[in-house]
Design a protein around this ligand. Structure first.
Ligand code: FRU
Length: 478
């Protein structure tokens, strides 16, 4: 094993990170004056959570991002250890004025006798400099249905011409989303509980997003609680008379590192989702390099034929492909097969199609970021018997381990088509049909962990096609 040099080796080549310091949730996603804006929860001064700022970047294609100055800063701390800051929120275009709606968090240790979480706005006409509204907060009364949190406003212009705001909360062990309306983003009326959980899916729902998709509406919420898998959950249903009626629900991502996802609808009508590619409580070997946290690839959302939520990376991601892929067609893998050097690396897109039905192997898949001896690797594995697709990072080196699985619903005769994105410290796997997405941060310890291997454990599988592209550096991260 070759020990890594201390050279920021985990800095992604094409996933978004802050120039320095900590990031968590994506905030304020919007396409405004032709550019995509990404704001994000940010602590610029250390690689851990602290008094929150809103970092800011723009892009023409959701892939190449340009950093802009920090958009929102908290008031100076009153005392040492004051964690007050600017929590998550959203952005809207109010007649040409870019308006941010966010939660102002006042640390209860320091600020007594006021609600810890109230809602505020800030505006900009140039998309770079933001002024906080003089009469903030715009929502300061916490309704009785909101005893567990009152935060993360997601605002949109509704079909009735009014602004609507969804807020994350909870009460008596049930996650809740609260609904408000406003004619002008400054005076808000509480409309009641939009949707609530049944007590099994979180006592507090963070970062709600409600949006139309096809003939339905979708509600996203994020849950971070002991005993429940941390992540962003979706509900597909109907939005009627200020209530959301759930028909189908599930996870947006079966991996460990996809949280606080937010969506925007762009000029082409695409609904695009970005998540924080990390999790609360994770180990961050990148702290040694002064940063922690990254964003997922931008994903386009759609409804699957059976009503579930599907996702795939936005088409623009293909613009990262550096030249022609390494490609092979119709070959049989017996036990395992290492890919040649031109199909290995730390910045890859892999598209592979396995013929599952006649495979004699029970477990079929790929190893990426594989060390020469195979002791270090991230594994993507499909089990023919259980029908589970698994992302296994139990042997990746540093950081957290674990195996993460989801049932892949395949039809007889169908093949398993996977698209896998490997970056310096992450792997994201998608089934080509949009059913499953799985994201995991990985921190290989061995500099030589760049290998790719296809496997068919204890048998064989026909690989209909394999393409491996080296992906270019998106130039985001210096
Ligand atoms: C979600 C979250 C939000 C909050 C923000 C604070 O990850 O807990 O609910 O606004 O992070 O940074």
């Amino acid at each position: 094993m070759t020990e890594l040099p201390q050279l920021d080796v985990y800095r992604p080549r094409y996933h978004f990170t802050a120039p320095a310091g900590w990031i968590n949730d994506p905030n304020g996603l919007i396409q405004w004056n032709g550019k995509y804006h990404l704001f994000y929860q940010h602590y610029p001064f250390a690689p851990h959570w602290g008094p929150m700022h809103w970092g800011h970047a723009v892009s023409d294609d959701l892939v190449h991002w340009q950093h802009l100055p920090v958009a929102l800063r908290p008031a100076p701390a009153r005392v040492e250890g004051d964690m007050s800051g600017i929590f998550s929120g959203s952005a809207v275009d109010d007649n040409g004025v870019l308006t941010l709606v966010y939660t102002w968090f006042r640390d209860p240790k320091v600020h007594k006798g006021v609600p810890a979480e109230v809602q505020c706005i800030a505006t900009s006409t140039d998309g770079i400099n933001f002024a906080q509204y003089d009469d903030n907060p715009v929502v300061s009364v916490v309704p009785s249905a909101a005893t567990a949190g009152f935060r993360d406003p997601k605002v949109w212009k509704d079909s009735d011409g009014l602004w609507k705001m969804a807020l994350g909360s909870g009460h008596e062990g049930k996650g809740k989303v609260l609904l408000y309306s406003s004619p002008d983003l400054r005076t808000w009326t509480y409309l009641g509980v939009l949707c609530e959980g049944d007590g099994t899916n979180g006592a507090m729902w963070e970062c709600p997003n409600l949006f139309p998709l096809g003939e339905k509406h979708v509600l996203l919420v994020s849950v971070n609680e002991r005993g429940i898998k941390q992540g962003t959950r979706y509900m597909v249903g109907t939005f009627r008379d200020n209530r959301f009626y759930v028909e189908t629900q599930g996870e947006t991502d079966f991996g460990p590192d996809f949280y606080a996802a937010q969506v925007l609808t762009d000029a082409q009508g695409r609904v695009i989702m970005i998540g924080w590619m990390d999790r609360w409580g994770a180990q961050h070997p990148t702290e040694q390099d002064g940063w922690a946290g990254a964003m997922s690839l931008a994903r386009e959302l759609f409804l699957l034929p059976d009503g579930r939520l599907g996702s795939r990376p936005v088409a623009e991601v293909a613009g990262l492909r550096a030249g022609e892929p390494y490609r092979l067609e119709n070959f049989v893998v017996v036990n395992g097969e290492d890919m040649p050097p031109q199909a290995t690396g730390t910045s890859l897109e892999i598209a592979v199609e396995f013929e599952i039905e006649h495979a004699t192997a029970r477990e079929i898949g790929l190893e990426v970021r594989r060390s020469p001896l195979g002791d270090e690797k991230a594994v993507i594995r499909y089990d023919k018997v259980t029908g589970l697709l698994t992302l296994d990072r139990s042997r990746v080196g540093r950081g957290d381990g674990g195996c993460f699985s989801a049932p892949y619903v395949s039809q007889p005769g169908l093949t398993l088509k996977l698209r896998i994105f490997v970056d310096s410290s992450s792997v994201e796997v998608f089934t080509e049909d949009g059913q499953l997405a799985g994201s995991a941060c990985i921190y290989p310890a061995d500099r030589e962990s760049v290998g790719v291997r296809l496997f068919a454990s204890g048998g064989q599988v026909l690989v209909r096609s394999l393409k491996v592209w080296t992906l270019a550096d998106a130039g985001i991260n210096g």
